[in-house]
Write a protein that binds this ligand. Structure first.
Ligand SMILES: *[C@@H]1O[C@H](CO)[C@@H](O)[C@H](O)[C@H]1NC(C)=O
Ligand SMILES: *[C@@H]1O[C@H](CO)[C@@H](O)[C@H](O)[C@H]1NC(C)=O
Ligand SMILES: *[C@@H]1O[C@H](CO)[C@@H](O)[C@H](O)[C@H]1NC(C)=O
Ligand SMILES: *[C@@H]1O[C@H](CO)[C@@H](O)[C@H](O)[C@H]1NC(C)=O
Ligand SMILES: *[C@@H]1O[C@H](CO)[C@@H](O)[C@H](O)[C@H]1NC(C)=O
Ligand SMILES: *[C@@H]1O[C@H](CO)[C@@H](O)[C@H](O)[C@H]1NC(C)=O
Ligand SMILES: *[C@@H]1O[C@H](CO)[C@@H](O)[C@H](O)[C@H]1NC(C)=O
Ligand SMILES: *[C@@H]1O[C@H](CO)[C@@H](O)[C@H](O)[C@H]1NC(C)=O
Ligand SMILES: *[C@@H]1O[C@H](CO)[C@@H](O)[C@H](O)[C@H]1NC(C)=O
Ligand SMILES: *[C@@H]1O[C@H](CO)[C@@H](O)[C@H](O)[C@H]1NC(C)=O
Ligand SMILES: *[C@@H]1O[C@H](CO)[C@@H](O)[C@H](O)[C@H]1NC(C)=O
Ligand SMILES: *[C@@H]1O[C@H](CO)[C@@H](O)[C@H](O)[C@H]1NC(C)=O
Length: 418
């Protein structure tokens, strides 16, 4: 089959790029084009027989300076081979799956026990090899595999911990892909990325099947979302007729899996309309479209409908809407404010969390918020110190009163007072 012969490129060199962290290498094909990229950190823990019938454990890191001689790039299988120190090699084999994905099949680590810097007092001077299976599967072709989480792979005598891994095998046309397939361990912490697509995105392409956490696992806590400031103008020359400020987090349940995502205001397109009885705010980020519909029933306004359409970080689409809400109620000529974190169940599958919320969908004057009506949670946190203060004052009064009454009595009975 000439197809194979023609497609299998081979490779002979590749020197080292040293970066602030990790081991970064570019492997190039015979046309000097990038064909395999890797930036990763590996810690080794190796047990070996040392003098005096003892078992010793050597711990060392993959050094930043390595050689990629012996690495190979093919159309359906590739090998990254890193050599370092006195004859140690670490290699990883990649294969494509169904022409759409690729995976790493084996890691082969050979270590030279004669190297006394790593293996002092070794009784053997052999070179031993440990072969293990990495947990790198379902990586989309033309995407980088990214895994910042630690992954420890154990074998009889060797433990390897990989982290801060960014690898692309099967690089197309010498250009490293901006698209990323995140490992399952990283996925819950994914944040929404801005609409500009030239920069690297963090949207994983895979199904996150391998190590999907069971539903009972508490989701890791996300950082608070950034606060977005949104406004709608009826036309270019006038001031805003709708104002909204908030940080937003979305919680979605899909097939027994619950996931939370922060909404990133950076790169979001804002649109909408202001009406007499109904106003609308539409936010479009590159992963989500959110429509807020507010109504004015003469005296009060409220958030009446919410529609959230998007994709989770694992790429599964969702669309949830409720058109019968009564949230964020306040008088029509004022704004609604809630600084405390709040959660609202929108549908059985959708929850939203708001932070530093203030909205005014009707009657905005001069482009600024009118008087705010605060939510109960804010009001309560305001009331607590007052309540504490008042009760302290009452306590002091009682003590003073008791003192004076006691003093009077003592004087009346003739006892000494002090
Ligand atoms: C890797 O090894 C270095 C030095 O041996 C150590 O400082 C570091 O904590 C290790 N990291 C992990 C993840 O084990
Ligand atoms: C590998 O890890 C296991 C579990 O943490 C530990 O019991 C074993 O001693 C380790 N082996 C080496 C060579 O560090
Ligand atoms: C090591 O163990 C063997 C048998 O287990 C014994 O014959 C030998 O004397 C031991 N050597 C040392 C240095 O302890
Ligand atoms: C193993 O290490 C020894 C001592 O550093 C060195 O002389 C030898 O060439 C190394 N073996 C290989 C295969 O590189
Ligand atoms: C190391 O190798 C040399 C020859 O390659 C051999 O003569 C020597 O005995 C070996 N040393 C040990 C500790 O096995
Ligand atoms: C990579 O991202 C771009 C833009 O974000 C998209 O058009 C393209 O289809 C993606 N490629 C893959 C393989 O996911
Ligand atoms: C991806 O997920 C869908 C639905 O959850 C499932 O039907 C499909 O088999 C999964 N694909 C892989 C490659 O795991
Ligand atoms: C906006 O203002 C400019 C000049 O101030 C004027 O030419 C234009 O007609 C105005 N547009 C609208 C929609 O009022
Ligand atoms: C928004 O995103 C752009 C491009 O990704 C970035 O340069 C900018 O710093 C971001 N701004 C904020 C406020 O995060
Ligand atoms: C709210 O609705 C009432 C009656 O429909 C209307 O009179 C009033 O102008 C509206 N308020 C705003 C700010 O649009
Ligand atoms: C929610 O929005 C999506 C797209 O923006 C639309 O297809 C869907 O019909 C909307 N759902 C409701 C209930 O309005
Ligand atoms: C929602 O808020 C209530 C109190 O307002 C709190 O008890 C509950 O834990 C919150 N739920 C989540 C999922 O944060």
């Amino acid at each position: 089959m000439y197809r194979y012969a023609a497609l299998v490129l081979f490779l002979a060199f590749g020197i080292v790029f040293q970066l602030s962290h990790g081991t970064e290498v570019d492997v190039k094909d015979k046309d000097d084009k990038l064909c395999l990229y890797a930036n990763l950190m590996v810690n080794f823990s190796v047990s070996y027989d040392a003098a005096d019938n003892k078992t010793a454990t050597a711990e060392f890191e993959l050094p930043p300076k390595v050689s990629t001689v012996g690495s190979e790039c093919g159309s359906s299988s590739s090998m990254l081979k890193l050599s370092f120190g006195e004859g140690h090699t670490w290699s990883m084999n990649f294969n494509t799956v169904d022409g759409k994905k690729y995976q790493a099949d084996t890691i082969t680590f050979s270590y030279n026990l004669s190297d006394t810097t790593f293996f002092p007092k070794s009784t053997s001077n052999d070179t031993l090899t440990a072969t293990v299976k990495p947990h790198i599967t379902d990586v989309g072709l033309d995407t980088c595999y990214s895994c910042n989480s630690k992954d420890t792979i154990e074998a009889d005598a060797v433990n390897q911990t990989l982290w801060n891994v960014l690898i692309q095998a099967f690089v197309i046309n010498g250009n490293k892909s901006e698209n990323i397939t995140s490992c399952p361990a990283d996925v819950p912490v994914t944040t929404v990325t801005p609409t500009t697509h030239a920069t690297s995105t963090a949207a994983p392409v895979t199904n996150a099947t391998t190590a999907a956490p069971p539903t009972t696992t508490p989701t890791p806590t996300l950082p608070p979302p950034s606060t977005g400031k949104y406004s709608i103008k009826p036309d270019d020359n006038s001031t805003a007729c709708l104002l909204a400020t908030f940080g937003l987090r979305i919680g979605v349940k899909q097939a027994d899996k619950y996931q939370e995502m922060n909404f990133d205001p950076n790169g979001t397109t804002v649109s909408g309309s202001c009406g007499v009885n109904s106003s609308e705010l539409v936010l479009v980020s590159n992963t989500m479209t959110i429509t807020f519909t507010f109504t004015n029933d003469t005296k009060k306004f409220r958030l009446h409908a919410l529609n959230v359409t998007g994709k989770t970080s694992s790429g599964v689409a969702f669309s949830e809407a409720n058109t019968n809400l009564s949230l964020w109620e306040a008088a029509v000529s004022s704004s609604y404010m809630c600084n405390k974190e709040q959660n609202y169940t929108i549908t059985g599958l959708l929850t939203i969390f708001t932070f530093d919320l203030q909205v005014q969908p009707f009657g905005v004057k001069k482009g600024v918020f009118s008087t705010a009506e605060e939510c109960q949670a804010d009001a309560e946190s305001f009331l607590v110190p007052i309540a504490v203060g008042v009760s302290l004052l009452v306590l002091i009064l009682i003590v003073l009163l008791a003192y004076f009454i006691g003093r009077k009595r003592n004087m009346a009975t003739g006892y000494e007072s002090f």
